[in-house]
Design a protein around this ligand. Structure first.
Ligand SMILES: NC(=O)c1ccc[n+]([C@@H]2O[C@H](COP(=O)([O-])OP(=O)(O)OC[C@H]3O[C@@H](n4cnc5c(N)ncnc54)[C@H](OP(=O)(O)O)[C@@H]3O)[C@@H](O)[C@H]2O)c1
Length: 300
C-alpha cells in the first residue's frame, strides 16, 4: 500500500510516498481502508523536529493521527464493529491507504468521510480540555484560538454542555464563530477590556489553544492562574498555568461527537482537501496557522 513517511526531521520536502507492507491490527485495534485523514499542527511539528525533546521519533516515521474509512481487519478482543463498517477515530500513520485505529466510533450516514477524517484529534483534545479547565454548565469560558480545529470543537462541545464561550479570532471569522455558537472577539491589544464588556460578571476559565504568548493576559482576565489551561505554550508553568498534552480515551468523546452531529449540533467544516501526493502542501498551509476548521487528505 501507499503511505506517507519520512526519514529525518526537516521541511515538507522530507515527506515521501512509499510502498509499504499493510499494517496488522493488534489486540483492541482495527484496520481501515482510509478515505480521509486529518492534517493537524502536530504533524508538521513532529516532522520539523520541533517536538523532538517531548516526542522523539523513530525513523522511518509515518504521518497522521486521525482518519475515517471502512473497516477491513479486526484485532483480537474487538467487539461492536464489523468488516465493512464506516468508522472514524484516532490512530497512527493514518496518511496511508490503510491504517490502524485504536479508538473509533461509527460514522453517521450523513457525515462525509472527509469531515469525519478530521474529527479524532480535535474532538479528543476539546473534550479533554473542557473537562480539565474546570468550567461548569452556566459558566463562561474564554477560548483563545477559536477558529481552528480544536477551537471549533471546544465551542460546540461547550455549548452542548451549557457553557457559554467567548472565542478569539481575526475579524473576518467573527460571523463564522457566531454561527458555531461562540461570542466572537478579536485577539490583540485590549482583549481584557473587550472580554469585560462581553462578560461583565467575568469569565470562569480560559483555554490557550493558539499558544500565542498571552498567558499573562489570560491569568489577569480570569484572576487566577489555576483557571487557565494551555495546550500549546510550553512556558505555561512559568505563569503558574497548567498544560494538557496527555491524551484521554477518546472513544466516548467520538461517539458523543457523532451523536451531536446527527442532532445537528456539531460540525467541523473542512476548509480544504488535498490528495495524498500533496501532503507537503497541506503541511505548509497548516504551519501558516490560519486554517479555519480542518484540512484533510483524501485517499482512495
Ligand atoms: N496539547 C495537545 O494535546 C494538543 C492537541 C491538539 C492540538 N494542539 C495544539 O493546539 C494548537 C491549535 O491546534 P488546531 O488544530 O486548532 O490548529 P489550527 O486548526 O491550525 O488553528 C488555526 C487557527 O488558529 C487561529 N489563530 C492563529 N493565531 C491566533 C491568535 N494569536 N489568537 C487567536 N487565534 C489564532 C487562526 O485564526 P485567525 O486566522 O483568525 O488568526 C486559525 O483559525 C496547535 O498548536 C496544536 O499543535 C495541542
Amino acid at each position: 500500500m501507499k503511505a506517507v513517511r519520512f526519514y529525518s526531521y526537516g521541511g515538507p520536502e522530507v515527506l515521501k510516498i512509499e510502498g509499504v507492507d499493510l499494517p496488522q491490527p493488534g489486540a483492541g485495534e482495527v484496520r481501515i481502508a482510509v478515505k480521509a485523514a486529518g492534517v493537524n499542527p502536530i504533524d508538521w511539528k513532529l516532522r520539523s523536529g520541533y517536538l523532538h525533546a517531548m516526542m522523539p521519533l523513530a525513523f522511518p516515521a509515518g504521518v497522521g493521527f486521525d482518519a475515517a474509512g471502512v473497516v477491513d481487519a479486526i484485532g483480537e478482543g474487538v467487539t461492536g464493529v464489523s468488516v465493512g463498517d464506516a468508522i472514524f477515530g484516532k490512530g497512527h500513520a493514518t496518511m496511508a491507504e490503510y491504517a490502524i485505529l485504536d479508538e473509533w466510533a461509527h460514522k453517521p450516514d450523513g457525515l462525509s468521510f472527509e469531515e469525519a477524517g478530521g474529527y479524532g484529534v480535535a474532538v479528543e483534545t476539546a473534550t479533554r480540555i473542557i473537562a480539565q479547565v474546570g468550567v461548569k454548565p452556566g459558566e463562561t469560558l474564554l477560548v483563545s484560538g477559536a477558529a481552528g480545529g480544536v477551537g471549533l470543537a471546544v465551542i460546540q462541545l461547550a455549548k452542548a454542555a451549557g457553557i457559554r464561550t467567548i472565542g478569539t479570532a481575526s475579524e473576518q471569522k467573527h460571523d463564522y464563530l457566531r454561527s458555531m455558537g461562540a461570542i466572537p472577539t478579536a485577539y490583540g491589544p485590549g482583549l481584557a477590556e473587550r472580554v469585560a464588556a462581553l462578560a461583565p460578571a467575568g469569565v470562569h476559565a480560559a483555554l490557550d489553544i493558539a499558544g500565542s504568548g498571552i498567558l499573562p493576559e489570560l491569568v489577569a482576565i480570569t484572576g487566577d492562574s489555576s483557571k487557565v489551561l494551555s495546550i500549546s505554550d510550553i512556558s505555561a508553568p512559568e505563569h503558574g498555568v497548567k498544560t494538557s498534552f496527555e491524551n484521554i480515551d477518546a472513544t466516548p468523546a467520538l461517539a458523543r461527537a457523532a451523536a451531536l452531529f446527527t442532532a445537528g449540533s456539531f460540525t467541523l467544516p473542512v476548509e480544504r482537501t488535498f490528495p495524498l501526493d500533496q501532503v507537503a502542501a497541506a503541511h505548509e498551509l497548516s504551519a501558516q496557522g490560519r486554517v479555519t476548521g480542518r484540512l484533510v487528505i483524501t485517499i482512495g
